[in-house]
Design a protein around this ligand. Structure first.
Ligand SMILES: [Zn+2]
Length: 121
């Protein structure tokens, strides 16, 4: 009797583990599908950007140095020099120079002004 109960309990645990594994497999599949979707979207963006850059270069619209200078300027608009343009939740605007900084910044990366810290009370 005891053996049969123990066996049944093990069976239940194996069944639960199998269900958990199946669920995890489904989640991995969904994540992999999402990653492939993002990869495709990035590849489409890269195609458009490279085409635009090639048109600009062919027409002599700007020099590389000018492009890189502007790229840095646009990069800094989200308050972080990281080679990315991210939508910030609510960037701070510096009272002194008027430029944007990330929401968690303590000082302005442009002029060094200190941002007032929130009173915790
Ligand atoms: Zn500033």
């Amino acid at each position: 009797m005891h053996l049969s109960l123990h066996g049944s309990s093990s069976h239940t645990r194996i069944g639960e583990a199998a269900a958990t594994a199946a669920e995890a497999k489904t989640q991995v599949y969904q994540i992999a599908t999402t990653v492939r979707m993002f990869e495709d979207e990035l590849a489409r963006h890269a195609l458009v950007i490279q085409t635009l850059l090639r048109i600009c270069a062919k027409k002599g619209l700007f020099a590389d140095a000018e492009f890189l200078k502007l790229l840095e300027e646009v990069d800094l608009e989200d308050g972080v020099r990281d080679g990315k343009k991210k939508k910030s939740k609510s960037p701070k605007t510096c009272d002194k120079c008027g430029k944007n900084a990330r929401a968690t910044a303590l000082t302005c990366i442009y002029c060094g002004a200190e941002f007032p810290t929130k009173n915790p009370i």
